[in-house]
Design a protein around this ligand. Structure first.
Ligand code: ADP
Ligand code: MG
Length: 240
């Protein structure tokens, strides 16, 4: 679904991603871990073309994407993204938020978008909140709306950037559960998270990044119980 070869990204003279090779298979859940500033968000943003790479190749479903030539908006429809801060439209209802992109970007009819939107809210357990405004929701509920909103574009890949980091601890579980359900349905996912329980349970592979490089990658059991690299060991003992 995703293949990245020798990806490099700079912000000014800050070399943030260094010769990254990375791939994600269909229906695979890859959890990306690493210290703050190691380049995890930049990596996700490059995969979604919110940031433009400086060099290297990015293939989505076998096609190389060249932001200068290709229609990045079309690619973005295949790749949904959920952020730490949900950024819901405050003046729209929950259902209105979920209907926005399909009607505005894809030109779906209102009635169809409404039907699909309601199904998605059902799926994330928020059907009864359809007509409420985001300000009435808890952080966990807002994040589940943000997930439904991303799914409304029928993406084939979902990227999550610390989706539970801004939540009160008691609200983390409901969002992780929604993500687990999605994984079970076979969604291809790349997840940046500090929730190691989620990584152990749901990830097919864990990728550890350090200072813009992928240092180690493996099954969760290997990475957590038997990390090969000293830097991975040091990172894990600092957070576990
Ligand atoms: P992580 O998500 O792992 O914490 P980031 O990808 O956010 O790391 O950041 C990696 C590096 O890139 C950091 O040094 C950060 O300061 C820098 N950086 C990230 N975004 C920008 C930006 N928009 N402009 C300039 N520097 C940035
Ligand atoms: Mg980040």
């Amino acid at each position: 679904m995703i293949e990245v070869n020798k990806l490099n990204k700079y912000f000014g003279d800050n070399h943030v991603l260094k010769d990254i090779d990375f791939h994600v298979e269909e229906s695979e859940v890859v959890v990306l871990i690493g210290a703050s500033g190691s380049g995890k968000s930049t990596m996700l943003r490059c995969l979604n073309f919110l940031e433009m790479k400086n060099s290297g190749e990015i293939f989505i479903k076998g096609n190389e994407v060249n932001p200068k030539k290709d229609n990045v908006n079309e690619v973005r429809q295949k790749v949904g993204m959920v952020f730490q801060h949900f950024n819901l439209f405050p003046h729209k209802t929950v259902l209105g938020n979920v209907m926005e992109a399909p009607t505005q970007v894809k030109g779906l009819s209102k009635s169809q978008a409404k039907k699909e939107g309601k199904e998605l809210l059902e799926k994330v357990g928020l059907a009864e909140k359809a007509n409420d405004y985001p300000s009435r929701l808890s952080g966990g509920q807002k994040q589940r709306v943000a997930i439904a909103r991303a799914l409304a574009m029928k993406p084939e890949i979902m990227l999550f950037d610390e989706p539970t980091s801004a939540l009160d601890p008691e609200l983390v579980g409901e969002v992780l559960q929604t993500m687990k359900d999605l994984a079970k349905e076979g969604m291809t996912m790349v997840v940046v998270t500090h929730e190691m329980g989620f990584a152990r349970e749901v990830a097919d592979r864990v990728v550890y990044m350090h200072e813009g490089k992928i240092v180690e990658t493996g099954a969760p059991k290997e990475i957590f119980e038997n990390p090969k690299e000293e830097r991975t060991q040091a990172f894990l003992s600092s957070i576990l």
